[in-house]
Ligand binder design. Structure first.
Ligand code: SF4
Ligand code: SF4
Length: 333
């Protein structure tokens, strides 16, 4: 995109259901932020600027050049802002794992709204709520009607509610990748085709991983990272530690691996993988060193929280999308 001759680019950053880490990663460009503001004006960024939603509503359509939307869609406010920012932005970027795939908030799709409210507002150890009061989107008080966002049953990705132009993956994305993408936009370089993942590689994490791989991929036991003494050199999977590398895009610089922690999958699947959890289950299946059904089941029992491990960042965008929890629904009713 070419910078308009008469003015700077207009940038917006917004968060939906997010932890704030993605906004901090924008600040992590450190002094390079000065280079950004030299060529771009930040016209909306609630974490840093006091600009109201009404101000955004008054902006002409497509007047924001690039909007980085981080966070998932958890409630009606997230969706309303996604629709508004789509309307006001030329390029809408799903920034970070939560906007891209649902992210950590998306793990709530293993439960549902009623079960979550029951736990948080009725059953938690620190809660006293004999009248079973839960948040209501609208509530009448003597001064008038109070309104808060409606809490949805499911966590959704940004793409589930609006068209997305690009995805910058990561939890959070590496600041260097953000700068590269920004510089490409400012330079007027030809942009990748719409709906691409940018700031990441098409290869898997294993391709950029410095750890030693051998042909000895069979394991008789899986471990959590703290249960073994990592030798610091051998592929985690070959040591029996679950590592999402085979089902994850490279491009982060193998930061977790460099820190002697297995890959968790925040960059999402490479282009040839439809569903990271299914890919990992298939990879694990080929590694189990047994043909005996009972032993195979015992080995699989070593893996704690299989669904949460394999879909840590991607449940709402996965084939599963959510878990049906009839039992919990029955309990709530
Ligand atoms: S992608 Fe990670 S850092 Fe960004 S908002 Fe989600 S949880 Fe936070
Ligand atoms: S599985 Fe993990 S440790 Fe092994 S090569 Fe792939 S990224 Fe590296």
């Amino acid at each position: 995109m070419e910078k308009e001759e008469k003015g700077k680019l207009k940038l917006a950053v917004y968060w939906g259901a997010a932890c704030g880490g993605c906004c901090v990663s924008v600040l992590d460009v450190h002094e390079k932020l000065l280079d950004i503001v030299a060529v771009a004006d930040l016209v909306f960024w609630p974490i840093a600027l006091d600009i109201k939603y009404a101000d955004v509503q008054q902006m002409p359509d497509a007047s924001i050049d690039v909007c980085l939307f981080n966070g998932a869609i958890r409630n009606s406010e997230n969706e309303l802002m996604a629709v508004l920012l789509r309307q006001k932005s030329k390029i809408l970027v799903a920034y970070g794992s939560c906007a891209h795939m649902g992210g950590i908030p998306g793990l709530a799709n293993f439960s549902n709204r009623d079960a979550l409210f029951k736990r948080v507002y009725m059953d938690s150890e620190s809660t006293e709520n004999p009248e079973h009061i839960t948040p209501q989107p609208k509530y009448d008080v003597k001064e008038g009607e109070l309104e808060i966002p409606a809490f949805y049953n499911d966590v959704q990705t940004l793409r589930d509610v609006v068209c997305v132009d690009y995805y910058i993956p990561g939890c959070p994305p590496q600041s260097e990748r953000l700068l590269e993408v920004f510089q490409a936009i400012v330079s007027g370089a030809e942009l990748p085709s719409k709906e691409s993942v940018v700031g990441a590689l098409d290869k898997s994490q294993c391709d950029e991983c410095p750890r030693k791989k051998t042909d000895n991929k069979k394991v008789k036991q899986f471990f959590r990272p703290w249960e073994i003494e990592d030798d610091g050199e051998t592929c985690f999977l070959e040591q029996g530690v679950i590592c999402m590398g085979p089902a994850t895009r490279g491009g982060c610089g193998a930061r977790c691996i460099e820190g002697n922690a297995p890959c968790r999958g925040c960059y999402g699947p490479p282009p040839d993988v439809t569903d990271p959890g299914a890919k990992m289950m298939s990879a694990i299946a080929t590694m189990i060193d047994s043909n005996d059904e009972d032993e195979i089941n015992a080995i699989l029992d070593d893996i704690e929280d299989i669904a949460g491990t394999f879909y840590r960042f991607s449940l709402p965008s996965s084939i599963l999308r959510r878990k049906m929890i009839k039992k919990q629904l029955a309990e709530v009713e």
